[in-house]
Design a protein around this ligand. Structure first.
Ligand SMILES: [Zn+2]
Length: 217
């Protein structure tokens, strides 16, 4: 905590707030300048089929392009503050604040990637959404295998790459029964990862599963 406060003060002194997309300095702490904010084209929600009968609505802030793309990529250099600001954007710019949900479940990283990066962007987003909505984060899934990045495999191989990669924490099974779940991730490309995670969550017999991401390709 002390280290975080110290880092925050140092950052304030040496780097005033700046727009993460176009880099101009800002007069107040925000993720994007007014112009870049206005440049985000709204996206309507999409539907991902988890099983032939069961589908999951996916909300997104915008497309995987400027001004959002640099914010997503900031995780590669462990920029935790960018993740927090992305969480704010998700809350402000998607319709999830009008949706019913009881628990927020982040899509987990494999522990080796977590220890390398020091944080999971989906988890950071989930924390912000929890703070805004007053609903708890539940780490109900774990990633059982380390898989190649989805961006490193062809679109056709993505489903196989993440198939059965998530495991439900059995302790959370009863807790999620008949509840509305909000699944959180940073990016959706083919939807294979969300599909795989949601398929595992169905085992709890939830009332519904919705998902929210920052960007969609
Ligand atoms: Zn800007």
């Amino acid at each position: 905590m002390l280290k975080e406060t110290y880092n925050f003060i140092i950052k304030k002194i040496i780097a005033p707030p700046f727009c993460r997309a176009c880099q101009i300095f800002l007069s107040h702490d925000d993720v994007l300048c007014a112009e870049c904010h206005a440049g985000i084209a709204p996206l309507i929600s999409t539907e991902v089929f988890i099983t032939p009968k069961y589908s999951c609505k996916v909300f997104a802030v915008g497309k995987y392009e400027d001004p959002l793309k640099p914010l997503i990529l900031a995780k590669s250099w462990s920029d935790r503050s960018a993740s927090h600001q992305l969480g704010q954007l998700v809350w402000e710019k998607t319709y999830i604040r009008h949706q019913e949900f009881d628990f927020i479940v982040p899509v987990p990283l494999h522990w080796t990637r977590f220890s390398y990066r020091g944080f999971n962007q989906a988890q950071e987003l989930a924390q912000v959404l929890a703070h805004k909505s007053g609903k708890p984060v539940l780490n109900a899934l774990t990633r059982t295998r380390r898989t190649p990045f989805q961006s490193a495999v062809s679109a056709a191989q993505r489903e196989a790459n993440v198939n059965r990669v998530f495991a439900l924490n059995e302790l959370n099974k009863e807790q999620l029964k008949d509840k509305h779940i909000l699944l959180v991730d940073d990016l959706m490309t083919t939807g294979a990862t969300l599909k795989s995670a949601a398929r595992e969550l169905i085992r709890c017999k939830p009332a519904s599963i919705k998902a929210v991401v920052v960007c969609r390709t």
